[in-house]
Design a protein around this ligand. Structure first.
Ligand code: ARG
Length: 636
């Protein structure tokens, strides 16, 4: 028996299959809002004479529960020759008094506001949440090649994110990419897509030749084993300082008229270039050293990603792009007139290729240097095409800082000009703004691990303040770590992606306001009520939902009913804040309700019903948090 049945049964003549066929992307079995929208469209079609298929997409969300659950701006139905205000009034009057799912609509100017009837909603939605549990909110049809025929298989999406540079700091940009990318991958997985998570490491280029030189001189095997990321970074900084000093020295001598040819030929810069050249020629010794650095770094990255609940399917990287593929592409670009020679180098002259503003904006990027080596841009073109070949994806998302907007536009465009418009159109750049003021308590921050440790320490201090609770937490260190990570992630996901934000350890770890600890607290609180109530799942399933008559209870269910629809909207916005904003709305509604809906101490049947309500809220809260990449805690 489908759990939505209890809702459907209340509407005479309503059939789920009929609804699903009638309206596009309508899945009343798993999304209560789809059922309500479909039923309302049917009713309004009778009243207005308008095609229900026009009504259905015109039904919008409201600003808040006080404005109803759905709203219709009457002009959206495009009726000519009548005043929208009057239409609204007439239709409201004609709306049946005894509709099983909706109250009589409220008219404000030309808007009709519709409120779900409490009893039907509560009886329909809570069993649905109990039934689907962790799957409530997921719509696996979204990811099907053909929603009507699952045997045709799933659509595949590649999400490229994180992509740090070996031996360089894992900076705020990488952190944001990691958080947003992890979230997007979860979102699509829940929507039934086959998701491939790729980490495109910055692991190639002359600077890795330089790093190898540094290791030959100052490397410490033990330090490398123990903490490769820090050790490589130290080497990197040291050799780069030497490099700049040397450059300065040569420049000075040159100015003084000295012959610097010999100095230059043996300079660090030149040695690094030669070393990297050996790497591109696949010299076994040169490659072996580089591969060790890469492998050891990946081991460490994996540990950090695990704390964030992230696993990659592939550690790709700039080093993995084949020279042959790039040669082929550059040759093709030359043949097709996409790039041309300019002082020995090759560049794409967008302003002359594409008329108007677009061409100008794309500038004139190089695709091959004078010494014949390829660039970041060239690698991205070849990598994109190689990924398409390998994964045959239906969609690919790049989670890269908005500072690289131009770069991404350039390589998408070049792929298009190469005759792969179809492939370019499957690619989307999901960008994000800067993090300002990111520093530890000790100074400027370098590594993600340091930040996470600092924030966890802070949370640990806060937890210790409540000794009674603290004693009951099984593994306080681990909980503090989880809370710290939640603080960082929630702060990051609070605004729209494109906004910059200021990293502030004090505000993010506060329990007041819409923070990570507050969200975790809301979850832990429901878990605590459940522990105290001591009811079984079976008892919650057999609860009498008609006892949930209070407006506070109904309001919570109205919000819970929105979750699958929120997920659908998130698939359009690709904004973590769409989910997070919803979760905070829900936690606020929950905390308002506690004084009115006592669980422990109430009469047994009432206790069961209320506990079932809060348990459903816990499910939805947990589903949302996990989608964001958070680990919901049960005690804190
Ligand atoms: N490693 C690059 C950086 O740190 C980010 C890579 C982004 N991805 C790409 N396909 N270009 O700036």
């Amino acid at each position: 028996q489908a759990p939505v049945d209890s809702l459907v049964k209340q509407v005479e003549g309503l059939s789920l299959d009929a609804l699903a066929d009638k309206y596009p992307n309508c899945y009343p079995q798993i999304n209560p809002f789809d059922l309500y929208r479909a039923h309302l469209s049917n009713v309004l079609a009778d009243i207005t004479g308008v095609d229900p298929k026009i009504i259905y997409p015109a039904l919008a969300w409201t600003q808040g529960l006080d404005k109803g659950d759905l709203t219709l701006p009457t002009p959206a139905l495009r009726i000519k020759g009548q005043k929208p205000d009057e239409l609204a009034k007439t239709w409201a009057e004609k709306f049946p008094d005894n509709d099983p799912l909706f109250e009589k609509p409220v008219v404000t100017n030309y808007f009709l506001s519709f409120f779900f009837r409490g009893p039907a909603l509560v009886k329909g939605v809570l069993p649905m949440i109990q039934h689907f549990g962790a799957e409530y909110g997921n719509n696996k049809f979204n990811g099907l090649k053909d929603p009507k025929d699952p045997s045709k298989g799933k659509k595949r999406i590649v999400v490229e994110f994180s992509s740090p540079n070996i031996a360089k700091p894992f900076h705020a940009g990488h952190l944001r990419s990691t958080i947003i990318g992890g979230f997007l991958a979860n979102l699509y997985e829940g929507a039934g897509w086959d998701v491939v998570r790729i980490n495109y490491l910055g692991d190639w280029g002359k600077q890795y030749g330089l790093l190898a030189l540094a290791y030959e001189r100052y490397g410490d095997e033990q330090a490398l084993q123990q903490d490769p990321i820090n050790h490589l970074f130290q080497l990197y900084v040291r050799i780069n300082n030497e490099l700049s000093a040397e450059k300065e020295d040569i420049a000075k001598r040159k100015e003084a008229g000295e012959d610097v040819t010999a100095l230059e030929a043996n300079s660090l810069d030149e040695q690094a270039r030669r070393y990297f050249k050996k790497m591109t020629e696949r010299d076994p010794d040169a490659l072996a050293m580089w591969k060790r650095f890469r492998d050891l770094s990946i081991v460490r990255y994996k540990q950090t990603y695990a704390r964030l609940n992230i696993k990659f399917d592939e550690y790709s990287g700039e080093s993995q792009v084949s020279e042959e593929a790039m040669d082929k592409i550059v040759k093709e670009m030359l043949e097709k007139g996409i790039c041309k020679e300019d002082q020995g180098a090759l560049l794409v002259d967008f302003p002359s290729l594409i008329p108007g503003k677009e061409g100008k904006r794309l500038e004139r990027p190089l695709v091959r240097k004078r010494d014949g080596t390829a660039l970041y841009l060239t690698r991205d073109i070849a990598e994109l095409l190689a990924r398409h070949e390998k994964y045959q994806f239906d969609k690919m998302i790049y989670v890269i800082a908005s500072a690289q907007d131009l770069h991404v536009k350039q390589f998408f465009k070049i792929v298009e000009l190469l005759g792969h418009k179809d492939i370019a159109e499957k690619c989307q750049h999901v960008n994000f703004g800067l993090v300002l003021g990111m520093s530890t308590r000790k100074g400027t921050v370098k590594f993600l691990d340091d930040i996470l440790r600092d924030v966890a320490d802070k949370m640990h201090e806060v937890m210790k303040k409540n000794q009674e609770k603290y004693q009951q937490v099984e593994n306080p260190e681990a909980t503090a770590d989880t809370l710290g990570i939640s603080s960082v992630m929630v702060q990051d996901m609070t605004g729209k992606r494109i906004n910059n934000y200021t990293f502030n350890i004090d505000t993010m770890t506060a329990f007041e306001g819409d923070t990570g600890p507050y969200l975790q607290y809301a979850h832990a609180r429901v878990c605590s009520i459940r522990r105290k109530a001591g009811l079984t799942d079976e008892e919650l399933r057999s609860a009498d939902f008609s006892l949930l008559t209070e407006q506070h209870a109904v309001n919570i269910v109205r919000l819970l009913a929105q979750w699958p629809d929120i997920v659908q909207t998130t698939l359009r916005t690709l904004e973590p804040t769409t989910v997070l904003g919803y979760l905070f709305k829900m936690t606020h509604e929950l905390s308002r309700s506690y004084d009115h809906l006592q669980v422990v101490g109430s009469e047994r049947e009432v206790m069961k019903a209320r506990m079932a309500l809060y348990d459903a809220a816990r499910t939805v809260l947990g589903n949302g948090m996990r989608m964001l990449g958070l680990t919901p805690v049960e005690r804190m």
